[in-house]
Design a protein around this ligand. Structure first.
Ligand SMILES: Nc1ncnc2c1ncn2[C@@H]1O[C@H](COP(=O)(O)OP(=O)(O)O)[C@@H](O)[C@H]1O
Ligand SMILES: Nc1ccn([C@H]2C[C@H](O)[C@@H](COP(=O)(O)OP(=O)(O)O)O2)c(=O)n1
Length: 243
């Protein structure tokens, strides 16, 4: 019954931005599942673009060649929050795009403004698609996460959130993800992936402070479930929609 009522609601678009390790992907997936929405990981699109360019042997500082390659990239994003997928052509690149090699180089592609224009166009299309009845979400909508979703890609989203966490918390989380430990050596080895990358990315997008109308959720002292609950509470307060 509740499902039927929800289906009559207007589509809901939730935009979530934040720095590396703030919990965007984990929290957005869970929030999307609980709300019955699709999930769009825009960072995965920049990672896939990086994989594609490297696979073709391109130098990532050749901005024109990279832009041309990305314009021709046969990218397909699966938006099921329980099992999101990324394919380029026929290849499942879901694992390949998470390697340290890609993490170390993705900013070179993400700071290419022609690439941002092209991937931004695809992201707007993917978000609009989920507001239509025949889409994966059945027109219920989408949680889209990245660095510029609240500001550039979907500034008119129903709910706009900035997910933050202290530098210490973000480094420790990434160290556990990548090295299985948050000891001093693991945290040190993660600094490039988190801090240097955020510094490079910040030259083209602003994701450290909330723009007007964007609600900040600080997850430094929350665990994953508490952070999901905090995000769902903002969604309820701003849109009236409950999980
Ligand atoms: N409070 C929390 N909120 C979100 N993620 C958390 C939290 N505590 C620990 N984590 C863990 O931190 C890691 C990084 O989260 P991730 O979603 O990849 O961040 P991002 O997409 O912002 O880089 C994940 O392994 C996640 O389970
Ligand atoms: N909307 C977006 C999403 C990601 N990016 C860039 C910034 C990051 O370095 C890469 C990869 O993003 P991703 O969200 O996968 O990175 P983290 O998992 O948060 O470390 O893409 C961007 O510039 N704009």
């Amino acid at each position: 019954m509740e499902d039927e009522l929800n289906e009559q609601d207007a589509p809901l678009v939730v935009a979530i931005d934040g720095p590396s390790g703030s919990g965007k992907s984990s929290v957005s997936r869970r929030a999307a599942s609980r709300l019955g929405l699709a999930y769009l990981d825009t960072g995965a699109m920049y990672r896939a673009a990086t994989w594609w360019c490297l696979d073709q042997g391109l130098a990532l500082d050749d901005t024109d060649a990279v832009a041309a390659a990305v314009a021709a990239m046969p990218l397909s994003m699966g938006v099921d929050p329980q099992a999101p997928t990324v394919h380029v052509g026929g290849t499942d690149v879901g694992e390949a795009i998470r390697t340290t090699e890609i993490s170390a180089q993705v900013s070179a592609v993400a700071t290419n403004l022609a690439v941002r224009a092209e991937l931004g166009r695809l992201q707007r299309e993917a978000i609009a698609e989920q507001t239509r009845p025949g889409s994966f979400s059945g027109g219920r909508g989408v949680v889209a996460e990245g660095r510029d979703i609240t500001t550039v890609i979907a500034p008119d989203a129903d709910v706009r959130l900035l997910l933050t966490a202290s530098e210490e918390a973000r480094l420790a989380r990434r160290a556990i993800d990548v090295h299985g430990s948050a000891d001093a050596a693991a945290v040190h080895a993660t600094r490039d992936q988190v801090l240097r990358r955020d510094a490079d990315d910040s030259t083209v997008v602003q994701f450290h402070t909330a723009a007007d109308g964007v609600v900040t959720v600080d997850s430094s002292d929350l665990d994953l479930e508490q952070t999901v609950d905090a995000v769902l509470e903002v969604v309820r307060r701003v849109s009236g929609r409950t999980a």
